[in-house]
Design a protein around this ligand. Structure first.
Ligand code: ATP
Length: 252
């Protein structure tokens, strides 16, 4: 079966440093896929290549059969791929509703921007509901908690109606309760979208992941269910071996 996203033979080199090596990675339509790996494994680089931010040395990235390598970032967004960043991109002075409305303009004709509207359009209202931000619609985004801000960013992607969402560490820095709510939100988003989540938090994975892809030093280490991946000696070595080494280093 051909995936919605098909990465084949990907190599990314930064000034002679191989950040990604011979990577094959595919995601089927409708999947909620998690990608993990220690620092420097190449997770963000993979997202950067898919979204056209970084150009690979070689390899192909096909989305619904269309080659993405060589396409400009804005073209790839228009093809239906949306991403979040590790750093926030909301407008702090604008309200939650205005941020969503602005993001949604992406799909609307310019004339609708000029038309004065009394209420938010249906797609914005629907996303306010999904993200649980309805009560905060008139609050400036600057007052949101860290978790609420992440949900707003996911909402800002959803109103752009992408087919594929790429989320870079969505639960980093969140409280336990916020992580739980984010997991539930991701499951809901995945009902209607294909979602790839880069995440470190093992507890979160155990709770919400089905298929997990593990990267290490720019290569695919293994792939499977959370239980399979956790039981894989190579994964244990990469995570626990590293922890042991750090402990030894600290102890001198
Ligand atoms: N623009 C760049 N120039 C040079 N090296 C880079 C660049 N971007 C990434 N790298 C290097 O490529 C490797 C992979 O980085 P990447 O950010 O993809 O890892 P990651 O798995 O997302 O790690 P983290 O969990 O720390 O975010 C790292 O060694 C990083 O230092």
């Amino acid at each position: 079966m051909t995936g919605l996203l098909e990465v084949r033979g990907l190599n990314v080199v930064f000034d002679g440093f191989r950040a990604v090596t011979d990577l094959d990675f595919s995601v089927a339509a409708g999947e909620l896929r998690f990608v993990i790996g220690p620092n420097g494994a190449g997770k963000t680089t993979l997202i950067d290549v898919i979204t056209g931010r970084t150009r690979p040395a070689s390899g192909s990235v096909r989305f619904d059969g269309h080659e993405l390598v060589g396409q400009r970032e804005h073209r790839i967004v228009r093809m239906g791929i949306g991403r979040t960043f590790q750093t926030s991109v909301v407008f702090e002075e604008l309200t939650v509703g205005e941020n969503l409305d602005l993001a949604a303009q992406f799909r609307r004709p310019l004339v609708s921007l000029l038309r004065r509207r009394r209420a938010y359009p249906d797609d914005v209202v629907a996303v306010l509901d999904t993200t649980g931000l309805g009560e905060l619609v008139d609050q400036p985004a600057g007052v949101l908690s860290h978790g609420q801000r992440q949900w707003l960013e996911i909402g800002m992607l959803m109103v752009q109606q992408p087919r594929l969402l790429l989320l870079d560490e969505p639960v980093a820095g969140m409280s336990r309760e916020e992580r739980e709510r984010t997991g539930v939100l991701l499951r809901e988003v995945a009902q209607t979208h294909t979602v790839v989540v880069v995440e470190h938090d093992m507890e979160f994975l155990r709770r919400f992941a089905t298929v997990v892809t593990v990267l290490h030093e720019g290569r695919l280490l293994c792939q499977g269910t959370v239980a399979e991946v956790q039981a894989d000696p190579r994964v244990q070595e990469v995570y626990l071996g590293r922890a042991r080494k750090e402990a030894v280093d600290v102890d001198g």
